[in-house]
Design a protein around this ligand. Structure first.
Ligand SMILES: C[S@@+](CC[C@H](N)C(=O)[O-])C[C@H]1O[C@@H](n2cnc3c(N)ncnc32)[C@H](O)[C@@H]1O
Length: 263
């Protein structure tokens, strides 16, 4: 396996600085600084509404992860782990797959299950690395400049993350910049540009969400899915479930089609 990294001098210097601990920062201070964000002391209402819609056992797991940020089974000792995790790793994997995993008797230990899942994937990846001659090339530049560094028509797949969202460069510029790098259809009719539209639906939906009629329709639809049999009062905590569920069951095709008006 070969690896090549190309960075400007300023980018190298910056990268190295990420590995330096701020002077005087202890692991306890780092943990406190992380907890100031994850435990949302000053956004208690948001935190509790999120916990309310979780299964009780999952609330325990979430609270524990927010406190220590270590991806281990619930009962495992944390003594040897002093480096805090910056982000919630649950968001990077399919939640259903994690829940379905058979990882022993603690069936509700979601971070424990994720720990097992990630270990399995890493082990498979390590084994696979040994069987294929691979070359990784890393560079740090605007995707719109990649064409000057890479040969045209040489890729079977290009994964562009969500730079196709309007908040970044948009679909038109993404296709213009990366399309020519794909292999010609005569060479590979299946050569594909893969993009993610992470904010597209939300940005269009936001334009109509202030309308009370739209809110009512969303709540009605979610209540049907949740099979609510009673009328909710203004402060009924079950409203949190309706609110969170509403986004999941909302029809989104029309919003998405509107963002696709770039052609
Ligand atoms: C929201 S993050 C995506 C996170 C993660 N990869 C995912 O798919 O969930 C979008 C990333 O695209 C990068 N990005 C945005 N515009 C870009 C451009 N013109 N060229 C290269 N990267 C860009 C941003 O710096 C950011 O890291």
């Amino acid at each position: 396996m070969a690896c090549q990294v190309t960075l400007s001098k300023a980018q190298w210097d910056e990268l190295l600085s990420f590995f330096e601990l701020p002077i005087g920062m202890t692991s306890q201070q780092a943990t406190l600084s992380r907890q100031a964000v994850t435990t949302l002391y000053d956004r208690q209402d948001l935190k509790e509404s999120y916990l309310y819609v979780q299964k009780p056992a999952h609330r325990l797991c979430l609270n524990r992860y927010w406190e220590d940020g270590v991806l281990l089974p619930f009962g495992a000792s944390r003594d040897d782990f002093i480096v805090t995790n910056p982000a919630d790793p649950l968001k990077g994997w399919s939640f259903d797959k994690i829940l379905d995993l058979d990882a022993g008797p603690a069936t509700n230990d979601i971070y424990g299950k994720l720990h097992v899942h990630v270990r399995q994937r890493l082990r498979l990846f390590r084994e696979w690395l040994q069987t294929e001659p691979l070359k990784f090339t890393f560079s740090c530049m605007d995707a719109r400049d990649l064409h000057s560094n890479l040969p045209e028509g040489s890729f079977d797949r290009i994964e562009a993350s969500n730079i196709s969202d309007d908040s970044y460069i948009g679909m038109r510029a993404t296709a213009k910049a990366l399309g020519p790098l794909l292999r010609h259809p005569n060479d590979n009719p299946n050569a594909t540009l893969i993009t993610l539209f992470m904010n597209a639906v939300a940005s269009v939906a936001k334009q109509v969400d202030g309308n009370p009629g739209v809110q009512l329709a969303k709540i009605k639809r979610a209540s049907e899915y949740l099979r609510m049999t009673w009328v909710l009062e203004e402060h009924d905590p079950e409203l949190h479930k309706v609110k969170w569920a509403a986004e999941f069951v909302r029809p989104k095709d029309a919003f998405f089609d509107r963002t696709m008006d770039w052609r």
